[in-house]
Design a protein around this ligand. Structure first.
Ligand code: DGY
Length: 320
């Protein structure tokens, strides 16, 4: 059995698959595969381990319906047509849980960095603009006892909320389809409507999946309802916020700042106006980029591939 891997991944994942008797081909070029190349490779393989935003859409799935399994090196699966995969009986696996701490840390880092204009001030030193101590410039805002609003309280949102309570005694409110009993009991979290989340959060952190319902939900209307002086954080998917509306909300001072690990499109172009705003911190989608998380993700993805090619139930099937 042959597996195609769309990127270099931690060696442990490759080792596991080889030890299970699989022949592994890796795409090692430092550029994205074109869709045509992806399909051509998959036609010669029995399984696909996909890292990144390869489009696993209806066309791809029909052309590659022979695949025994597709394992994603991510928790997000918005690049996959799950319904079509189900119809074609192609099992899809992802890597939930093991990246929750790393991704929540990225959200926390962006929250703190944005509240103190850290990236902007770092750039000022590089540009030789640190001239003297000025008591009235570079003022940030403090986070202690403020309200953190979590949009999507799943595994990652829970860890972010826990970090905020532990570090800053923040009050937690959240908007989610279902109640999160653990967060309510252990963190005193309160489930609120989307409107209340917008109106009450001092920091609003996005941790939901990208779906038809969440696409562009942070638009002009939502930013207008946000608390003046609040911070918007997105470490989930860039398409959940409307970038033009976010820029306008920051320019008009409707909100105070934004911290983004995800943008739309990715990569963000270097001339993007967000990169020059003092109260904005942007990272290049490094949410789960720790040695620990990526190693664990590679192991989970390899385990999904091994089970899939053997016709066994995947240890981590995508849960919809
Ligand atoms: C994820 O796991 O979904 C991360 O965003 C990496 O794509």
């Amino acid at each position: 059995m042959k597996v195609f891997v769309t990127r270099e991944i931690p060696e442990i994942g490759i080792k596991m698959m080889r030890e299970a008797g699989l022949e592994v081909t890796q795409w090692l070029e430092k550029r994205d595969l074109t869709q045509k190349e992806l399909i051509a490779y998959c036609l010669n393989h029995d399984a696909l381990l996909s890292s990144g935003a390869n489009k696993i859409d209806k066309i791809f799935l029909h052309k590659c319906s022979h695949l025994k399994v597709i394992a994603l090196l991510s928790v997000g699966y918005d690049n996959v047509d799950i319904e079509e995969a189900k119809k074609l009986a192609i099992p899809i696996g992802n890597t939930p849980g093991v990246l929750s701490g790393a991704t929540a840390d990225t959200a926390f880092l962006l929250m703190l960095a944005t509240s103190r204009k850290a990236f902007y001030n770092h750039k000022k030193i590089i540009k030789g603009e640190w001239e003297f101590f000025d008591p009235i410039v570079n003022l940030g805002i403090e986070l202690s006892n403020k309200t953190i609003g979590i949009f999507g309280l799943g595994k990652i949102g829970y860890v972010m909320a826990k970090r905020c309570v532990g570090a800053y005694d923040m009050r937690v409110i959240y908007h989610n389809r279902s109640h999160n009993k653990e967060a309510e009991q252990k963190l005193g979290a309160k489930k609120v409507s989307f409107e209340q989340l917008l109106e009450q959060s001092d920091v609003l952190s996005v941790h939901t999946a990208l779906t038809d319902a969440t696409k562009g939900i942070f638009n002009k209307d939502a930013f207008t309802k946000m608390k003046p002086g609040s911070i918007f954080i997105n470490t989930a998917r860039g398409a959940i916020h409307n970038e033009k509306d976010l820029i306008q909300a920051l320019e008009n001072k409707t909100i105070w700042g934004a911290g983004l690990d995800v943008t739309n499109p990715e990569p963000m172009l270097p001339d993007n106006p967000l990169l020059n705003m003092p109260n904005v911190c942007v990272l290049p989608h490094i949410g789960s980029a720790t040695i620990e998380a990526r190693t664990a993700m590679a192991k989970l993805a390899a385990a999904n591939i091994i089970a899939g090619v053997r016709g066994e139930k995947l240890p981590n099937p995508v849960e919809t």
